[in-house]
Design a protein around this ligand. Structure first.
Ligand SMILES: Cc1cc2nc3c(=O)[nH]c(=O)nc-3n(C[C@H](O)[C@H](O)[C@H](O)COP(=O)(O)OP(=O)(O)OC[C@H]3O[C@@H](n4cnc5c(N)ncnc54)[C@H](O)[C@@H]3O)c2cc1C
Length: 456
């Protein structure tokens, strides 16, 4: 049977019936735009800190419509930004503090989900990274050393045999394991969070696109929400808002989910620990073993659409499904013949310097968090707690973190933006091909591309 395509993502068994839209002009103390993890974590911590606050969330479609309902489900401490760059600006200790808090946020998400009764199929099995060429192995070693220097204590190198004891990936050269990572079912987390904040008294209006923001007001076709604090949590969709087209690039990432694998295939693969799994190719894959015995795997098929356009409800082309199926079958040949049940995609925001930000302008009352470069499942929690402190004018360890009020230049206008991203991703494909032929170090083509993007 042909796989289902789009329908937002595989993680929604059925698309939810949207909550009612904004019923006309309203007032609030805090208005949050976007009901993904960023918006909902912010609403959660704000209402917990001050239950008297009138908090309203405005969402264009429904809670979880964006990346929060479509992602790979890696709840990891991976930094949403360029640690070296932030260290140049704020010092090494500040970045180590940030990295530590990101790692701790993995447990914070797990703890809140447990406390609030959110069942998101969370399993903390750690993260397994695999190198499948000598050049990838060099990068993997460097990555673990770098992580340690930034305070990631638990990451360790595994021999090919040790890595294969966990997951029998083809052509293994080396592995690394970091216990501080969990698999989640993304949509269950975001939908559970929406229900939780609503139960705590937050108003969520869905089917309510915000068309303009100004100090004290968010405009929608259904009415104006007046609030002294307006927080934008629109991540990969930000480019669609007036005046913000070049702010963050909406990078596309696509995924497939297989049918449940038969027990004999699982026996051949291993993966009993349900680690999240990824490789070190420049066009890397990320994967998880789902609670219902499928493999969900993602990669960057068509990275960017001209003019910062975004997909329509997660729809991907058959070529993308075929590409990702090829990646899966090559890395895990045991899966050949297993049908793919679903293919979809989503957008994540990439700032020009590859580094996320959290900020609140005390004069206008307008704030935002985002630009997580595909590492937002955990970082949104830390961002939500940080925005909470900023809104409540609390000076804390979180408000001193180096990503707070981080600024960078905007992306180039079209067609330069499209040509640049396309050129860089072609370079990464060429580099992967170079490296597959056995070279022992990272291809110079990829080194050059990394220097241009300042990609960490
Ligand atoms: C395919 C894919 C795989 C990924 N895998 C991982 C992973 O495994 N681990 C990881 O850490 N990160 C991953 N990410 C990134 C991660 O999902 C995001 O960083 C995170 O979900 C961002 O959450 P958010 O709430 O900021 O944005 P979103 O979840 O995108 O939410 C933004 C919301 O704003 C709404 N909105 C937009 N514009 C408006 C408007 N004008 N008015 C009202 N509402 C609006 C949207 O409808 C949407 O619901 C992945 C992303 C993708 C796309």
């Amino acid at each position: 049977m042909a796989p289902a395509i789009g329908a937002v993502s595989h993680w929604f068994e059925n698309l939810p019936i949207p909550r009612p839209a904004l019923p006309g002009d309203r007032d609030a103390d805090v208005c949050i735009i976007g009901a993904g993890y960023t918006g909902l974590w912010t609403a959660y911590y704000l209402t917990k800190a001050d239950p008297s606050l009138r908090i309203t969330v405005l969402e264009a479609r429904f809670a979880g419509f964006g990346a929060s309902g479509r992602n790979g489900g890696w709840l990891s401490g991976l930094p949403p930004g360029h640690r070296g760059l932030l260290a140049e600006q704020h010092g090494r200790d500040a970045v180590i503090a940030w990295q530590r808090l990101l790692e701790e946020s993995v447990d914070e998400v797990i703890a809140v989900a447990a406390a609030e009764g959110i069942d998101a199929d969370i399993l903390k099995g750690g993260n397994l990274e695999v190198a499948r060429t000598p050049a990838q192995a060099g990068r993997l070693r460097a990555e673990v050393e770098q992580d340690r220097s930034w305070g990631v204590d638990g990451a360790e190198i595994l021999s090919a045999a040790e890595a294969a004891e966990r997951v029998r990936v083809d052509s293994l050269v080396l592995g690394s394991f970091n216990p501080q990572c969990a698999r989640i079912q993304p949509a269950k987390l975001v939908r559970g969070l929406a229900d939780t904040v609503e139960r705590l008294g937050v108003s969520i209006y869905e089917q309510t696109p915000v068309t303009a923001i100004a100090a004290g007001r968010a405009e929608t076709p259904l009415g104006v929400l007046r609030a002294p604090v307006i927080l934008r949590a629109t991540e990969g969709f930000t480019a669609r808002m007036r005046g913000l087209r070049r702010r963050w690039l909406p990078m596309n990432s696509a995924m497939i989910a297989t049918d449940p694998l038969p027990p004999r295939v699982w026996d051949a693969i291993g993966w009993a620990g349900c680690e999240t799994l990824g490789d070190l190719a420049h066009g890397f894959f990320y994967a998880q073993r789902t609670a219902d015995g499928r493999i969900a795997l993602g990669g960057r098929a068509v990275p960017y659409r001209y003019g910062s356009r975004v997909d329509r409800d997660g729809a991907v082309g058959q070529a993308t499904v075929d590409y990702l199926t090829g990646v899966l079958n090559t890395a895990l040949p045991q899966t050949r013949g297993v049908p793919v049940a679903h293919g979809w995609c989503g957008v994540l925001a990439v700032p020009r310097d590859w580094t996320a930000t959290v900020r609140l302008d005390p004069v206008t009352g307008i704030g935002e968090a985002g630009g997580y470069v595909g590492h937002g499942v955990t970082a949104t929690n830390l961002a939500g707690r940080t925005l909470t402190d900023l809104v409540l004018k609390r000076s804390t360890a979180l408000t001193a973190l180096p990503w707070v009020d981080h600024r960078c230049k905007t992306w180039e206008p079209e067609p330069l933006r499209w040509l640049g991203v396309r050129g860089l991703y072609t370079a990464y494909q060429v580099a992967d091909r170079h490296e597959a032929s056995g070279r022992s170090s990272t291809s110079p083509v990829a080194r050059l591309a990394d220097r241009i993007t300042r990609r960490p």
